[in-house]
Design a binder for this molecule. Structure first.
Ligand code: BUP
Length: 450
């Protein structure tokens, strides 16, 4: 193979939050002269993934597509019904087929770029055929730190001190990890233990956003033996050339006046909570653009009517200052828009890195997974705030009164607006060729050529 033109195989796991940043990095490397093959599994879990894959290959014809046929997977052994997690298990269960798939391609591969969820199964398999693995870590450096040091925590989980970083309260540790014998925890520990075997870990973050975590990781404070941890974010989405409908509505709104509300593509909200959120946004008195979602998998969301979800007359009442949409929007386009002045977010890391890139202040409403750790990064970096929302009643619903009040406070907080904007300027500097993340990407390409 040509050492000047490394050939990379990309293997994402399931869900748009994983697929999108994998496509973005693949595109960025292809544009910088690498040969790229992208491994895809069909059918995808969500319709959004299927569209994204089609658009991606159409927009980047030089990127090769490698279809990965999985062996049948029996989900009964895994304590989850989440279709995205089950897909990850199915990919792990078929990982032994990767060498044959990779061998069928020419020129030969120089490295495998994988998702963290696949690390403990794929890294040894790639190593056995002499292929180095790099992890494209799509959550925060703080979360990577928790992952890296968690295997040393053998006692029951309580508050957890990340060496060199901060103390994570028990409530902010992903719920499944509270149970050390949970299969998710077993994999989390295995993935944490295998990190030293990766040739490098690329993280979608940047110096000004997470200076402490990046330094702690690279100075061996968090865990011994880690490979280089390279910040290359916030990675801009590969441009797939769509303009969605909310944009025309945004064009008509004053600068920085609209709060964007979205909880990611994997979080379904209960009907009760959706109603209260509606009440809250109405009470806030702010303009808003809200992506409403009541099902985990988007294919099912199509059947749900907004009017029924929000209550009769709601859309009519708010139509002069609020737009509610269902289904996929181009979030990056929205966050980049000058009318957006705040973001009520579940604190998925992609969403936060997009907010940082565009200098949009965040009000965090973290729920499960890595979201509370990410929310802490929001607060410490000046990107925004997050709060312990109070649950009400049996249904554990946050009431509209509270939501409205907090949204209004966010949109009136000029100090926060200024600190988020500063971070946005730092993000733009970081991704420039001579910025910290731009240099990180060049360093990674250099490692591939060695
Ligand atoms: Br919904 C939605 N349009 O309508 P996160 C999401 N996105 O572009 P995750 C859209 O999907 P968890 C939509 O810009 C971001 O890149 C958004 O990733 C994009 O959360 C991505 O924020 C969502 O990491 O949930 O993966 O949905 O945190 O539970 O993994």
């Amino acid at each position: 193979s040509d050492p000047e033109k490394p050939h990379l195989a990309f293997l994402p796991s399931a869900g748009m939050g994983h697929l999108k940043p994998f496509c973005s990095l693949a595109a960025a490397l292809s544009e910088r002269g690498c040969d790229v093959s992208f491994i895809t599994v069909q059918p995808t879990v969500s319709a959004a993934e299927s569209c994204h894959i089609a658009d991606f290959f159409a927009a980047f014809p030089r990127i090769r597509r490698l279809d990965f046929d999985l062996v049948a997977y029996d989900p009964s052994g895994f304590a989850s019904t989440d279709p995205f997690f089950l897909r990850v298990q199915a990919i792990r269960g078929s990982a032994h087929l990767l060498p044959a798939l990779l061998a069928s391609s020419s020129p030969p591969f120089s490295a495998l770029v994988i998702d963290i969820f696949l690390a403990s199964t794929c890294i040894p398999i790639a190593a056995a055929i002499g292929l180095p693995s790099y992890i494209w870590f799509i959550s925060s450096a703080a979360m990577l730190s928790l992952l890296a040091c968690f295997p040393t925590c053998s006692a029951g989980v309580s508050d957890f001190e990340i060496p060199g970083l901060w103390r994570v309260p028990k409530a902010s540790i992903p719920r499944a990890l509270h149970n050390l014998s949970h299969p998710f925890t077993t994999q989390f520990v295995e993935n944490g233990r295998i990190l030293p075997k990766a040739s490098g870990i690329l993280v979608n973050t940047f110096e000004a956003l997470e200076p402490v975590a990046l330094a702690a990781l690279n100075r061996g404070k968090v865990a011994p033996g880690l490979p280089p941890v390279i910040a290359i974010g916030p990675l801009q989405a590969a441009s797939l050339g769509h303009e969605g409908s909310p944009l025309s509505w945004l064009h008509g709104q004053p600068a920085r006046s609209v709060v964007y509300v979205c909880f990611g593509n994997r979080t379904a909200m209960s009907k009760e909570q959706i109603r209260e959120l509606g009440v809250g946004l109405e009470k806030s008195g702010c303009r808003f653009l809200w992506v409403a979602k009541s099902k985990i998998v988007d294919r099912e969301d199509g059947e749900v009517e907004l009017e029924g979800l929000l209550g009769e007359g709601y859309l009519e009442r708010v139509k002069h200052r609020g737009l509610v949409v269902k289904g996929w929007v181009d979030q990056e386009e929205i966050l980049r828009h000058r009318a957006i002045g705040g973001f009520l977010s579940h604190c998925g890391w992609n969403s936060l890195s997009e907010a940082a890139l565009h200098g949009v202040r965040v009000l965090g409403w973290p729920r499960g997974g890595d979201q509370r750790v990410n929310a802490e990064v929001v607060a410490r970096s000046g990107l925004g705030i997050w709060v312990e929302w109070s649950w009400d009643g049996e249904e554990e619903v946050v009431m509209g009164e509270e939501i409205g009040e907090r949204v209004r406070q966010l949109m009136e907080d000029d100090g926060l607006q200024a600190s988020a904007a500063r971070l946005g300027e730092e993000a733009v500097k970081a991704v420039a060729a001579d910025g910290s993340s731009g240099k990180g990407l060049a360093e990674f390409i250099g490692m591939l050529k060695m």
